[in-house]
Design a protein. Structure first.
Length: 144
């Protein structure tokens, strides 16, 4: 499978020509959430409870900008994607080098849908622009 073939599994691409790369298909951030109160995980699942989330505030960097920025301090967040994935064969999602090289990362995950992923931000923080390409969806190894 070629990286461009991934578009048949993904809806909500913002700009296919930019998002499809030689390596895979870049995914963009639509929302960053803060965990306001804890969720619960138990052994049997009977006491499973979602954490309370709140969208992180965005700021204008410049009055002429079309998009705002998240000013994230060091810590843990959850990020959501603009894109939606529908496949019966899980694919690998990894953080983009641009994110990792600035000290932020999320776990590499095999997914069949694009749910929120945990984002770790370094002590010095990071700035993310709305719709920033933060992750890459990779084609399966060994082709189709």
């Amino acid at each position: 499978m070629e990286p461009s073939d991934l578009t048949s599994y993904v809806d909500g691409l913002l700009h296919e020509e930019t998002q499809v790369t030689d390596r895979g298909l870049d995914l963009t951030v639509s929302e960053v959430c803060v965990v306001e109160s804890p969720g619960r995980v138990d052994f049997g699942g009977g006491e499973l409870q979602d954490a309370k989330l709140a969208p992180h505030e965005k700021q204008w960097r410049d009055a002429d900008d079309d998009y705002r920025w998240w000013h994230l301090d060091g810590g843990q967040y959850l990020l959501a994607y603009n894109e939606r994935l529908a496949t019966d064969r899980p694919l690998l999602v990894q953080p983009r080098d641009a994110l990792r090289e600035r000290g932020a990362f999320h776990p590499s995950l095999r997914v069949a849908t694009l749910d929120r992923v945990p984002l770790a931000v370094p002590t010095g923080g990071i700035r993310l622009k709305e719709n920033a390409r933060v992750s890459t969806l990779l084609p399966p190894e060994g082709g189709a």
